[in-house]
Design a protein around this ligand. Structure first.
Ligand code: MTE
Ligand code: MO
Length: 329
Protein backbone atom coordinates (compact mmCIF):
# COMPACT_ATOMS: atom_id res chain seq x y z
CA UNK A 1 0.00 0.00 0.00
CA UNK A 2 1.09 3.52 -0.74
CA UNK A 3 0.01 6.39 1.47
CA UNK A 4 -0.28 9.60 -0.55
CA UNK A 5 -2.51 11.89 1.49
CA UNK A 6 0.58 14.06 1.94
CA UNK A 7 3.91 14.15 0.11
CA UNK A 8 5.62 13.08 3.32
CA UNK A 9 4.88 9.51 4.37
CA UNK A 10 3.58 9.29 7.96
CA UNK A 11 6.16 7.51 10.09
CA UNK A 12 3.95 4.52 10.88
CA UNK A 13 3.45 3.88 7.16
CA UNK A 14 7.08 4.36 6.08
CA UNK A 15 8.35 1.09 4.61
CA UNK A 16 11.01 -0.87 6.46
CA UNK A 17 13.62 -3.17 4.97
CA UNK A 18 16.14 -4.99 7.16
CA UNK A 19 18.53 -7.78 6.27
CA UNK A 20 19.24 -8.78 9.87
CA UNK A 21 17.43 -8.85 13.20
CA UNK A 22 17.28 -5.60 15.14
CA UNK A 23 20.27 -4.82 17.31
CA UNK A 24 20.74 -3.03 20.59
CA UNK A 25 22.56 0.29 20.48
CA UNK A 26 24.38 1.39 23.62
CA UNK A 27 24.49 5.19 23.43
CA UNK A 28 27.06 5.31 26.27
CA UNK A 29 29.66 3.79 23.98
CA UNK A 30 28.28 4.71 20.55
CA UNK A 31 30.50 6.72 18.20
CA UNK A 32 30.86 7.22 14.46
CA UNK A 33 34.40 6.39 13.38
CA UNK A 34 35.96 7.81 10.22
CA UNK A 35 39.11 5.93 9.34
CA UNK A 36 41.15 4.22 6.61
CA UNK A 37 42.82 6.45 4.01
CA UNK A 38 42.42 9.62 6.05
CA UNK A 39 45.01 11.94 7.63
CA UNK A 40 43.15 12.27 10.96
CA UNK A 41 41.02 9.27 11.97
CA UNK A 42 38.21 10.56 14.18
CA UNK A 43 35.41 9.22 16.32
CA UNK A 44 32.36 11.48 16.60
CA UNK A 45 30.01 11.04 19.53
CA UNK A 46 26.28 11.68 19.08
CA UNK A 47 26.65 15.07 20.79
CA UNK A 48 29.52 16.00 18.44
CA UNK A 49 27.32 15.29 15.42
CA UNK A 50 24.40 17.25 16.90
CA UNK A 51 26.67 20.27 17.28
CA UNK A 52 27.93 20.22 13.69
CA UNK A 53 26.27 22.22 10.90
CA UNK A 54 22.87 20.62 10.11
CA UNK A 55 21.22 20.45 6.69
CA UNK A 56 17.68 19.31 5.75
CA UNK A 57 16.88 17.58 2.45
CA UNK A 58 13.64 15.93 1.30
CA UNK A 59 14.49 12.50 -0.11
CA UNK A 60 12.30 9.62 -1.30
CA UNK A 61 13.68 6.20 -0.43
CA UNK A 62 12.81 3.33 -2.72
CA UNK A 63 13.91 -0.25 -2.28
CA UNK A 64 15.61 -1.69 -5.36
CA UNK A 65 13.24 -4.64 -4.97
CA UNK A 66 10.11 -2.45 -5.24
CA UNK A 67 7.64 -4.09 -7.70
CA UNK A 68 9.79 -7.25 -7.83
CA UNK A 69 6.59 -9.35 -7.86
CA UNK A 70 5.76 -7.87 -11.28
CA UNK A 71 8.73 -9.45 -13.07
CA UNK A 72 7.83 -12.20 -15.55
CA UNK A 73 9.18 -14.81 -15.14
CA UNK A 74 9.09 -14.48 -11.34
CA UNK A 75 12.36 -13.99 -9.47
CA UNK A 76 13.57 -14.93 -6.00
CA UNK A 77 13.40 -12.45 -3.16
CA UNK A 78 10.85 -10.49 -1.16
CA UNK A 79 7.76 -10.27 -3.38
CA UNK A 80 7.31 -6.52 -3.04
CA UNK A 81 4.46 -5.10 -5.08
CA UNK A 82 3.83 -1.46 -4.30
CA UNK A 83 4.78 0.27 -1.10
CA UNK A 84 8.55 -0.21 -0.78
CA UNK A 85 8.93 3.50 -1.36
CA UNK A 86 8.38 6.39 1.05
CA UNK A 87 9.25 10.04 1.47
CA UNK A 88 10.68 12.04 4.38
CA UNK A 89 12.68 15.15 5.19
CA UNK A 90 16.06 14.14 6.54
CA UNK A 91 18.26 16.37 8.65
CA UNK A 92 21.86 15.84 9.61
CA UNK A 93 25.50 16.49 8.85
CA UNK A 94 26.85 16.55 5.32
CA UNK A 95 29.00 13.47 4.69
CA UNK A 96 31.50 15.64 2.82
CA UNK A 97 32.05 17.78 5.95
CA UNK A 98 32.95 14.70 7.94
CA UNK A 99 35.23 13.30 5.22
CA UNK A 100 37.08 16.62 5.02
CA UNK A 101 37.29 16.88 8.81
CA UNK A 102 39.08 13.52 8.78
CA UNK A 103 41.28 14.59 5.87
CA UNK A 104 40.35 12.02 3.21
CA UNK A 105 43.47 11.15 1.20
CA UNK A 106 43.96 11.41 -2.56
CA UNK A 107 44.59 7.68 -2.90
CA UNK A 108 41.13 6.70 -1.64
CA UNK A 109 38.93 5.32 -4.41
CA UNK A 110 35.87 4.26 -2.40
CA UNK A 111 34.28 4.95 0.96
CA UNK A 112 32.58 2.15 2.90
CA UNK A 113 29.69 2.58 5.31
CA UNK A 114 29.18 -0.05 7.97
CA UNK A 115 25.92 -0.59 9.82
CA UNK A 116 25.92 -2.12 13.29
CA UNK A 117 23.44 -4.86 12.41
CA UNK A 118 24.91 -8.23 11.50
CA UNK A 119 24.07 -11.84 10.84
CA UNK A 120 24.54 -14.85 8.62
CA UNK A 121 23.72 -15.42 4.96
CA UNK A 122 22.42 -18.51 3.20
CA UNK A 123 25.02 -18.37 0.41
CA UNK A 124 28.29 -18.30 2.38
CA UNK A 125 29.60 -19.08 5.86
CA UNK A 126 30.39 -16.33 8.35
CA UNK A 127 28.85 -13.36 10.07
CA UNK A 128 28.48 -10.15 8.08
CA UNK A 129 27.58 -6.58 8.81
CA UNK A 130 25.41 -4.58 6.42
CA UNK A 131 28.18 -2.64 4.70
CA UNK A 132 28.05 -0.75 1.43
CA UNK A 133 30.46 1.46 -0.48
CA UNK A 134 30.32 4.49 -2.74
CA UNK A 135 32.96 5.61 -5.24
CA UNK A 136 34.80 8.64 -3.79
CA UNK A 137 33.41 10.88 -6.52
CA UNK A 138 29.86 10.02 -5.36
CA UNK A 139 30.72 10.18 -1.67
CA UNK A 140 31.74 13.83 -2.10
CA UNK A 141 28.24 14.79 -3.34
CA UNK A 142 27.32 17.54 -0.83
CA UNK A 143 23.69 16.32 -0.69
CA UNK A 144 24.62 13.02 0.98
CA UNK A 145 23.73 13.23 4.66
CA UNK A 146 24.57 11.47 7.85
CA UNK A 147 20.98 11.87 8.99
CA UNK A 148 20.12 12.30 12.66
CA UNK A 149 16.50 13.40 12.22
CA UNK A 150 13.55 12.23 10.13
CA UNK A 151 10.75 14.79 9.65
CA UNK A 152 12.20 16.94 12.44
CA UNK A 153 12.31 14.21 15.08
CA UNK A 154 15.30 12.11 16.14
CA UNK A 155 15.64 9.21 13.70
CA UNK A 156 13.27 6.41 14.77
CA UNK A 157 15.16 3.30 15.81
CA UNK A 158 13.72 1.20 12.95
CA UNK A 159 15.06 3.73 10.46
CA UNK A 160 18.61 3.67 11.79
CA UNK A 161 18.94 5.59 15.08
CA UNK A 162 21.25 7.15 16.05
CA UNK A 163 22.59 7.90 12.55
CA UNK A 164 22.05 6.70 9.01
CA UNK A 165 23.41 7.57 5.63
CA UNK A 166 21.00 9.15 3.14
CA UNK A 167 22.18 8.88 -0.46
CA UNK A 168 19.66 10.95 -2.45
CA UNK A 169 18.63 9.59 -5.84
CA UNK A 170 20.00 6.09 -5.18
CA UNK A 171 17.98 3.01 -4.39
CA UNK A 172 17.54 2.44 -0.64
CA UNK A 173 20.35 -0.08 -0.10
CA UNK A 174 22.87 2.78 -0.29
CA UNK A 175 21.33 4.54 2.71
CA UNK A 176 22.98 2.49 5.46
CA UNK A 177 21.13 2.51 8.79
CA UNK A 178 22.71 2.25 12.27
CA UNK A 179 25.87 3.70 10.74
CA UNK A 180 28.93 3.46 13.01
CA UNK A 181 31.97 3.26 10.77
CA UNK A 182 33.06 5.09 7.64
CA UNK A 183 36.25 3.93 6.00
CA UNK A 184 38.09 5.39 3.01
CA UNK A 185 39.74 2.57 1.04
CA UNK A 186 42.14 2.32 -1.88
CA UNK A 187 40.74 -0.81 -3.51
CA UNK A 188 37.24 -1.83 -4.58
CA UNK A 189 35.00 -3.04 -1.76
CA UNK A 190 33.71 -6.58 -2.37
CA UNK A 191 31.44 -7.25 0.64
CA UNK A 192 28.41 -9.44 -0.16
CA UNK A 193 25.88 -6.57 -0.04
CA UNK A 194 28.01 -4.83 -2.66
CA UNK A 195 29.33 -7.54 -4.95
CA UNK A 196 26.75 -10.34 -4.65
CA UNK A 197 23.53 -8.53 -3.84
CA UNK A 198 22.47 -5.27 -5.49
CA UNK A 199 23.96 -6.03 -8.88
CA UNK A 200 21.99 -6.41 -12.10
CA UNK A 201 22.80 -9.91 -13.37
CA UNK A 202 21.23 -12.03 -15.99
CA UNK A 203 21.57 -15.73 -16.65
CA UNK A 204 23.96 -15.54 -19.57
CA UNK A 205 26.42 -12.99 -18.23
CA UNK A 206 29.16 -13.93 -15.79
CA UNK A 207 29.45 -12.02 -12.54
CA UNK A 208 32.20 -9.86 -14.01
CA UNK A 209 29.61 -8.40 -16.36
CA UNK A 210 27.17 -7.67 -13.58
CA UNK A 211 26.53 -3.96 -13.10
CA UNK A 212 25.94 -2.39 -9.70
CA UNK A 213 22.50 -1.11 -8.74
CA UNK A 214 22.84 2.65 -8.22
CA UNK A 215 20.32 5.40 -8.99
CA UNK A 216 16.53 5.08 -8.98
CA UNK A 217 15.22 4.35 -12.47
CA UNK A 218 12.49 6.49 -14.05
CA UNK A 219 9.28 5.06 -12.66
CA UNK A 220 5.65 5.88 -11.94
CA UNK A 221 2.99 4.20 -9.87
CA UNK A 222 -0.80 4.21 -9.67
CA UNK A 223 -1.72 4.18 -5.98
CA UNK A 224 -5.44 4.68 -6.45
CA UNK A 225 -7.56 2.92 -7.62
CA UNK A 226 -5.94 -0.41 -6.91
CA UNK A 227 -5.63 -3.24 -9.40
CA UNK A 228 -8.85 -5.26 -9.80
CA UNK A 229 -10.95 -2.59 -8.08
CA UNK A 230 -14.67 -2.47 -8.81
CA UNK A 231 -15.78 1.15 -9.20
CA UNK A 232 -19.14 2.82 -9.17
CA UNK A 233 -20.17 4.99 -12.12
CA UNK A 234 -19.33 8.65 -11.62
CA UNK A 235 -16.25 10.77 -11.09
CA UNK A 236 -13.05 9.14 -9.81
CA UNK A 237 -9.61 10.42 -9.07
CA UNK A 238 -6.51 8.55 -10.18
CA UNK A 239 -3.56 9.30 -7.91
CA UNK A 240 0.03 8.15 -7.92
CA UNK A 241 3.70 9.04 -7.85
CA UNK A 242 6.57 9.46 -10.25
CA UNK A 243 10.29 9.55 -9.56
CA UNK A 244 13.70 9.22 -11.13
CA UNK A 245 17.16 9.38 -9.59
CA UNK A 246 18.66 10.58 -12.86
CA UNK A 247 16.70 13.43 -14.46
CA UNK A 248 13.67 15.38 -13.24
CA UNK A 249 10.33 13.81 -14.16
CA UNK A 250 8.47 16.29 -16.36
CA UNK A 251 5.40 14.41 -17.57
CA UNK A 252 3.01 11.71 -16.40
CA UNK A 253 0.41 10.33 -18.78
CA UNK A 254 -2.49 8.00 -18.17
CA UNK A 255 -4.22 5.70 -20.59
CA UNK A 256 -7.61 4.20 -19.84
CA UNK A 257 -7.64 2.08 -23.00
CA UNK A 258 -4.54 -0.09 -22.54
CA UNK A 259 -2.13 2.37 -24.13
CA UNK A 260 -4.07 3.44 -27.24
CA UNK A 261 -4.62 7.05 -26.15
CA UNK A 262 -2.89 9.03 -23.40
CA UNK A 263 -3.91 11.95 -21.23
CA UNK A 264 -1.64 14.23 -19.24
CA UNK A 265 -1.99 14.04 -15.45
CA UNK A 266 -1.71 17.14 -13.21
CA UNK A 267 0.96 17.56 -10.58
CA UNK A 268 0.10 17.68 -6.90
CA UNK A 269 3.72 18.51 -5.99
CA UNK A 270 6.35 20.81 -7.46
CA UNK A 271 9.50 19.42 -9.04
CA UNK A 272 12.15 18.86 -6.37
CA UNK A 273 15.39 16.92 -6.71
CA UNK A 274 15.36 13.48 -5.07
CA UNK A 275 11.64 13.60 -4.25
CA UNK A 276 8.71 11.74 -5.67
CA UNK A 277 6.05 13.88 -7.33
CA UNK A 278 2.45 12.99 -6.74
CA UNK A 279 0.14 13.31 -9.76
CA UNK A 280 -3.62 13.04 -10.19
CA UNK A 281 -6.22 12.81 -12.91
CA UNK A 282 -9.99 13.22 -12.67
CA UNK A 283 -11.78 10.51 -14.54
CA UNK A 284 -15.46 10.52 -15.36
CA UNK A 285 -16.76 6.99 -15.62
CA UNK A 286 -20.01 6.88 -17.49
CA UNK A 287 -19.85 3.53 -19.28
CA UNK A 288 -19.79 0.19 -17.48
CA UNK A 289 -17.07 -2.20 -18.55
CA UNK A 290 -13.49 -3.33 -18.00
CA UNK A 291 -10.74 -0.72 -18.19
CA UNK A 292 -7.02 -1.35 -18.57
CA UNK A 293 -5.29 1.67 -17.12
CA UNK A 294 -1.61 2.44 -17.71
CA UNK A 295 0.68 5.14 -16.36
CA UNK A 296 3.95 6.28 -17.87
CA UNK A 297 6.45 8.97 -16.92
CA UNK A 298 8.83 10.99 -19.09
CA UNK A 299 11.97 12.71 -17.79
CA UNK A 300 13.67 15.97 -18.77
CA UNK A 301 16.07 14.09 -21.06
CA UNK A 302 13.13 12.67 -23.03
CA UNK A 303 13.37 9.15 -21.60
CA UNK A 304 10.04 7.33 -21.31
CA UNK A 305 9.42 4.34 -19.09
CA UNK A 306 9.85 1.04 -20.94
CA UNK A 307 7.00 -1.34 -21.85
CA UNK A 308 9.03 -4.18 -20.38
CA UNK A 309 11.38 -3.97 -17.42
CA UNK A 310 14.95 -5.14 -17.79
CA UNK A 311 14.64 -8.67 -16.34
CA UNK A 312 17.48 -9.59 -13.97
CA UNK A 313 18.17 -12.53 -11.67
CA UNK A 314 17.53 -10.73 -8.41
CA UNK A 315 14.64 -8.63 -9.62
CA UNK A 316 15.99 -5.12 -9.03
CA UNK A 317 14.92 -1.85 -10.60
CA UNK A 318 11.51 -2.82 -12.01
CA UNK A 319 10.24 0.22 -13.87
CA UNK A 320 7.96 -0.93 -16.68
CA UNK A 321 4.82 1.07 -17.44
CA UNK A 322 2.35 -0.03 -14.76
CA UNK A 323 -0.95 -1.52 -15.85
CA UNK A 324 -3.99 -2.13 -13.72
CA UNK A 325 -7.47 -3.39 -14.55
CA UNK A 326 -10.61 -1.91 -13.02
CA UNK A 327 -14.27 -2.79 -13.48
CA UNK A 328 -17.17 -0.39 -13.64
CA UNK A 329 -20.58 -1.78 -12.76
N1 MTE B 1 22.28 -1.22 8.41
C1 MTE B 1 21.38 -1.45 7.46
N2 MTE B 1 21.06 -0.46 6.60
C2 MTE B 1 20.16 -0.67 5.62
C3 MTE B 1 19.55 -1.93 5.45
C4 MTE B 1 19.88 -2.96 6.38
O1 MTE B 1 19.36 -4.08 6.32
N3 MTE B 1 20.79 -2.68 7.37
N4 MTE B 1 18.64 -2.11 4.41
C5 MTE B 1 18.79 -1.20 3.27
C6 MTE B 1 17.71 -1.29 2.31
S1 MTE B 1 17.78 -2.60 1.24
C7 MTE B 1 16.75 -0.33 2.19
S2 MTE B 1 15.61 -0.38 0.94
C8 MTE B 1 16.68 0.80 3.14
C9 MTE B 1 15.33 0.85 3.81
O2 MTE B 1 15.27 1.90 4.72
P1 MTE B 1 14.05 2.01 5.75
O3 MTE B 1 13.93 0.67 6.44
O4 MTE B 1 14.36 3.13 6.65
O5 MTE B 1 12.85 2.28 4.88
O6 MTE B 1 17.67 0.69 4.16
C10 MTE B 1 18.93 0.25 3.73
N5 MTE B 1 19.87 0.37 4.80
MO1 MO C 1 16.15 -2.35 -0.33
Amino acid sequence: MLSLSSRITPEHLFYIRNHFPYLIVDMETWGLRIEGCVNRPICLRYQDLLHMNQVSIPVTLECAGEKRAMFQPKVRGEQWELGASSHAIWTGVRLVDVLFAAGIQMNAIEVTFEGMDKGTRTDMPGVFTFTRSLPVKEALNPDILIALYMNGKPLPFRHGYPARLIVPGWYGMASVKWLHRIKAINQPFIGPFQAIDYVYKNKSSSSTHATPVTTIRLNSTIAQPSDQAVLARGEHKLVGTAISGEYPVVLVEISADNGMTWQRASWLDPQESYSWRRWCLKWDLTKPGTYDICVRATDAAGNVQPELADWNLNGYGYNAIQKIRVYVD
